[in-house]
Write a protein that binds this ligand. Structure first.
Ligand code: NAP
Length: 495
């Protein structure tokens, strides 16, 4: 494993030192009331980077109280004022891309170019929702009997609880905070314990951008459930927006039922990636690399089951294995690294056992599959072929750089196989036959389809899943509706 040279090591210390490690409540940085902290670890070395405040349930409550107190005034701000705050935050994110990307790579592991890409993607949510703040619409309608008018308006939902995962430490935050601020909602956000630093840096940026005290509050905690459950059950918050695993999403949905909170859930995926015999194989391999290797495979949108037509599976497998086998693995801060470490030991152990299970059931390793000795939680890019449909990885998110290829022979067969999962986030389809492309895209039970492309995420598009991949959409024109209530005012015009 490469160690940073002295100048780079100094940069790393500088960006970590520059971040506040305390809780952000009511516009102020405060220590945890319990005085405790927890460690943030660099997954490429296993070494501790720093410690951050470990919130208590009382700290969580103080954060929610601040959001509740700030809500009435914030709801009265003009759309232009809110748009200006988001635009200023967008500009600060772009201006500070290099430092924020380095911080993200240190706490999460993704290679620096990918981290820079995430900062740009994250910032784009603010620019997009700055526009949407100005387009919150309403209506005026004549009642069918003609004796009344309907005035239809939209209002902020109210104080929100936002919970984000570690895999996109900045973008999953801005994807929620952008529409919340645009709609006029206050919030308490809780990042994942593995990656709190990006979110803490974002709090400073939002304050600089003019977001008033109490509008956005951030609690970092090891005991996520202990801090968030009382807030969900308090009746003070009006909405929960969660991105994370389906397992935790189910628990939170039940908790939300008690006080009937509005919920948006962006949960796990098990994306099928389908290559038909008429596909452009170069394009399909490029698409598979993008859909599989973005974020080392630690993405809800990652291609998790790669179905390739019998006629082309050998050629496709050879080309994909050549490309994946050539990707350089290492510390994400080093030049030319394409694949960083996985998030932690448990994440790597899961990938290792899923590969062992598939091989035990008859899959063949085309490249990878062996962990090199050394520090950090690295797993090599791996291609498996002949993966049977009863392999454990066909049902579970791999969340690692492993591409499992499974052959198919007919369109009906592959559609049935693709839909044979509780998940329904995204599917990828590669074919040059327009009729088939539309037939398959319409038959697949997912919220999103990538047609001859391996990336679907775009702040201007409605992102989200069906089945047990979630509820609601983030981004696009509809993303702001998740944070708005529709109110109708009936006006009598005649006796
Ligand atoms: P996770 O374990 O579900 O955690 C997600 C967040 O929920 C973290 O902040 C976590 O905090 C918190 N959390 C855990 N248990 C909680 C509880 N009982 N009450 C309240 N909060 C709780 O998921 P993850 O491992 O961080 O992220 C990976 C998952 O996210 C994958 O399944 C992936 O597919 C999904 N994901 C989905 C999307 C999408 O848009 N559909 C996008 C990205 C990721 P702590 O970590 O501090 O415990």
């Amino acid at each position: 494993m490469n160690r940073p040279d002295e100048a780079h090591a100094k940069d790393e210390v500088r960006v970590v030192d520059a971040v506040e490690k305390r809780l952000f409540v009511d516009g102020k940085w405060i220590e945890s009331s319990g005085g405790a902290t927890f460690d943030v670890v660099d997954p490429s070395t296993g070494q501790v980077l720093c410690a951050v405040a470990d919130a208590t349930p009382a700290d969580g409550r103080a954060a929610l109280d601040a959001a509740v107190a700030a809500q009435p005034d914030f709801a009265r701000t003009s759309p232009r004022e809110r748009a200006d705050m988001l635009t200023a935050a967008y500009e600060l994110l772009i201006e500070r891309t290099d430092e924020l990307a380095l911080l993200m790579t240190l706490e999460m592991g993704k290679p620096l170019p990918e981290a820079r890409g995430e900062i740009a993607y994250a910032a784009e949510f603010f620019r997009h929702f700055a526009g949407e703040a100005l387009r919150i619409d309403g209506g005026y309608q004549t009642a069918p009997a003609g004796n009344a008018r309907f005035l239809i308006t939209k209002q902020p939902v109210g104080p929100c609880l936002l919970i984000t995962p570690w895999n996109f430490p900045m973008a999953m935050g801005t994807r929620k905070l952008g529409p919340a601020i645009a709609a006029g909602c206050t919030s308490v956000i809780k990042p994942a314990h593995q990656t709190p630093l990006s979110m803490l840096a974002l709090m400073g940026i939002l304050a600089e951008a003019g977001v008033p005290a109490g509008v956005v509050n951030c609690v970092t905690a090891m005991d996520a459930g202990g801090v968030m459950e009382p807030l969900i059950r308090s009746g003070l918050a009006r909405k929960l927006s969660f991105t994370g695993s389906t397992r935790v999403g189910r628990v939170l949905l039940e908790q939300c039922a008690e006080k009937v909170l509005r919920t948006s859930l962006e949960l796990g995926g098990n994306a099928p990636f389908i290559v038909f015999e008429d596909a452009d194989l170069d394009e399909a391999v490029d698409g598979a690399i993008a859909a599989k290797m973005r974020n080392m495979g630690e993405a809800c949108t990652a291609a998790n089951r790669i179905f390739v037509h019998n006629a082309v599976i050998d050629e496709f497998g050879r080309r994909l294995a050549d490309r994946m086998g050539a990707l350089t693995v290492g510390r994400g801060t080093e030049p030319d690294i394409k694949v960083g470490p996985l998030i932690d030991e448990a994440g790597r152990d899961k990938v290792r056992s899923l590969v062992a299970d598939a091989v035990g059931r008859g899959a063949t390793v085309l490249t990878g599959g062996e962990i090199a000795p050394g520090d950090g939680y690295f797993y090599p890019p791996t291609v498996l072929t002949g993966v049977p449909r009863d392999a454990a990885m066909a049902d579970q998110e791999i969340f690692g750089p492993v591409a499992p290829l499974t052959p198919f022979s007919t369109e009906d067969e592959v559609i049935a196989a693709a839909n044979d999962t509780e998940y329904g986030l995204v599917a990828y389809v590669f074919t040059n036959d327009l009729r088939r492309a539309l037939r398959v895209a319409e038959s697949i039970e997912t919220g999103m389809v990538g047609l001859n492309q391996g990336v679907v995420s775009n702040p201007a598009a409605p992102f989200g899943g069906v089945k047990q991949s979630g509820l609601g959409r983030e981004g696009g024109a509809v993303g702001i509706d998740e944070f708005l209530e529709t109110k109708y005012i009936g006006i009598a015009v005649s006796g």
